[in-house]
Design a protein around this ligand. Structure first.
Ligand SMILES: [Zn+2]
Length: 572
């Protein structure tokens, strides 16, 4: 426990302290250390706490990094260490008296100001509305905020220039000097001056209030949360008692509901199926679009189409960076790369690269012994050539030995389970050391045998609401069912599902990053519905619901190198 006893008022707010608040001392590249006991006066602490209260309770957007723990920081109250990408903190007061601590607003993790930390306000982002009170630590001085933008930081000035009163102040990234006491007083006076009737709701500003929020970062759910969205991007999220909705927000009551990030399917196929028909004949931009809308209606907001894609998919991808999107985002692998020689595969990769695909997809599989498998020298050529073009390679596989061989040749992503046998430590070590994600696609196995009889989900309204009754009738056909019952491969894949499920649990327990994916899209692998079935199967395989959600949100985004989706955090 650290007892913080205010002692001296002489050096607080000193400009030699490049950290963001009094009480923090610059300790070099790792950030700031808490030194309040030596530096803060009671008056300053109280004033800053008043400010905190104002910001937390008032209509001012809570983006400001206000601060200042006061008297008694119990280390037991501060559960988490700081997150590496931390750049913005809020000070919260908890239930007990004088229990103040910092919470990283980006991750909602607690952090302990007694330890060294990286403290940077994230209050200034380009194109966002900033706030006059911004406090930060060491950015290069050349990137300091222009004084005209941030009058509060003018050294020796306690006055707002004409025209900026009560206005929000645009700001840029950069450093701001520690704030001085009289500046704080000025802010207080100004805030009093600005008090008035509640403003009109702002267009594009929404606060979703009252839901449980699972943010996809792995943090525990936030109960009775407030999720603030401005112009299609998340501005902030937190518990209602510490993050009141802005007075100018359009309020949406979502009490009793749970909000999670949109699901990310890292292995689907889009646009190549109509009904139970499949192939290039049915591929069209309209079909791709319709299927992306279908995914979205099931909450799948991002899908990687892992093969069989034409330029239509790329065109849609290039037009999807808009807040008005009414469908899932698509990323695409183009044509699946096949060939028996390095020259043949090189040509295909060049064609895909010219189309500007996101991934190269290969199949290293003999389809249960019925076809020829791509040889190691060929997949090595694929991987090397794709990497030269700056494109990552995803591999379809079935066998453990192929998984090891592909990892040895630096494949980037494994998009099916190992299904021939139990995974071993050698594979786990390779996946971990090379930081390769694995996508289990359990429902792919399900789809091979489930229609041997009438599946339970044929009566599920959640399935029926989006499925063509004709397709269901065709799948109920007794002749069709009999063929599947007698299919050797279907029965083999039924066993493979068991192996895949056990391997999923083993890999997840070993710390391998699991990326959610279904291989939905081909006939009778129902887009949208199968993603929910996959989550269920992952939990049945032994993952916790939170692990399954993580695999389908934050982790999936990480595996795909997508930085604006996957978590309910600021800026996404
Ligand atoms: Zn696939």
């Amino acid at each position: 426990m650290t007892r913080l006893k205010p002692e001296s008022s002489s050096t607080t707010w000193s400009s030699r302290n490049s950290c963001f608040s009094p009480g923090f001392r610059d300790i070099g590249p790792s950030g700031c250390a808490w030194t309040a006991a030596r530096q803060s006066s009671p008056a300053q602490i109280n004033l800053a706490n008043l400010l905190v209260k104002y910001f937390m309770a008032g209509s001012w957007p809570p983006r400001v990094a206000a601060f200042l723990p006061t008297t008694d920081l119990s280390t037991t109250e501060m559960k988490q260490t700081v997150y590496p990408q931390t750049n913005y903190f809020r000070c919260y007061k908890t239930t007990g008296p004088d229990k103040r601590f910092f919470v990283n607003a980006l991750t909602n993790r607690f952090f302990q100001p007694t330890r060294s930390c990286r403290v940077r306000t994230n209050a200034c982002r380009k194109s966002e509305v900033g706030l006059p009170l911004l406090l930060s630590d060491g950015e290069p001085s050349s990137r300091r905020i222009g004084q005209s933008h941030l009058p509060l930081h003018r050294k020796g000035s306690s006055r707002f220039p004409t025209g900026t009163r009560c206005d929000r102040v645009p700001c840029e990234e950069g450093i701001m000097r520690p704030i001085r006491l009289f500046t704080v007083l000025s802010v207080m006076l100004l805030l009093l001056h600005c008090a008035g009737p509640p403003p009109e709701p702002e267009e594009g500003l929404y606060a979703f209030v009252g839901a449980s929020v699972i943010d996809g970062t792995g943090n525990p759910p936030i109960e009775n949360a407030v999720l603030i969205v401005r112009d299609g991007r998340i501005e902030d999220v937190g518990a209602k008692e510490v993050l009141p909705p802005p007075a100018t927000a359009n309020l949406v009551d979502v009490s009793g509901k749970t909000i999670i990030p949109g699901l990310i399917n890292t292995h689907g196929h889009v646009g190549q199926t109509k009904g139970l028909e499949s192939g290039p004949d049915v591929y069209s931009k309209d079909n791709v679009l319709a299927q992306l809308q279908l995914y979205a209606r099931y909450g799948v907001t991002t899908v990687v189409s892992m093969g069989g894609d034409g330029p239509e998919a790329i065109e849609l991808r290039d037009g999807q960076d808009t807040k008005d999107l009414d469908r899932a985002r698509i990323y695409a692998a183009g044509a699946v790369v096949v060939g028996r020689t390095p020259a043949a595969v090189t040509k295909m990769i060049d064609d895909n690269a010219a189309m500007k695909v996101d991934w190269i997809k290969i199949r290293v599989d003999d389809n249960l012994g019925s076809s020829r498998k791509m040889r190691p020298n060929v997949y090595q050529a694929v991987i090397e050539h794709a990497h030269r073009k700056g494109i990552r390679v995803a591999a379809h596989l079935y066998y453990l030995d192929d998984a090891k061989g592909l990892l040895d040749k630096e494949v980037d992503f494994i998009v099916h389970s190992v299904r021939d046998q139990e995974v071993d430590q050698e594979l786990i070590d390779a996946l971990l050391s090379k930081e390769v994600c694995l996508c289990p696609t359990l429902t792919r196995e399900v789809s091979t045998f489930i229609y041997e009889s009438e599946p339970d989900f044929f009566t599920d309204p959640f399935f029926l609401k989006e499925t063509d009754p004709d397709v269901i009738e065709q799948l109920k056909d007794p002749e069709r069912q009999k063929t599947i019952q007698q299919s050797k491969s279907a029965q083999q894949y039924k066993k493979a599902l068991q192996v895949a499920s056990e391997n999923l649990k083993k890999l997840a327990d070993a710390g391998v990053t699991i990326a959610f994916g279904t291989d939905s899209g081909p006939p009778a692998r129902f887009q949208g519905y199968f993603e929910h079935m996959e989550l269920d199967l992952m939990v049945k395989a032994g993952l916790t619901p939170m692990q399954a959600i993580m695999a389908a949100t934050g982790q999936a985004a990480d595996c795909l190198n997508l930085h604006r989706v996957g978590t309910l955090t600021q800026g996404k």
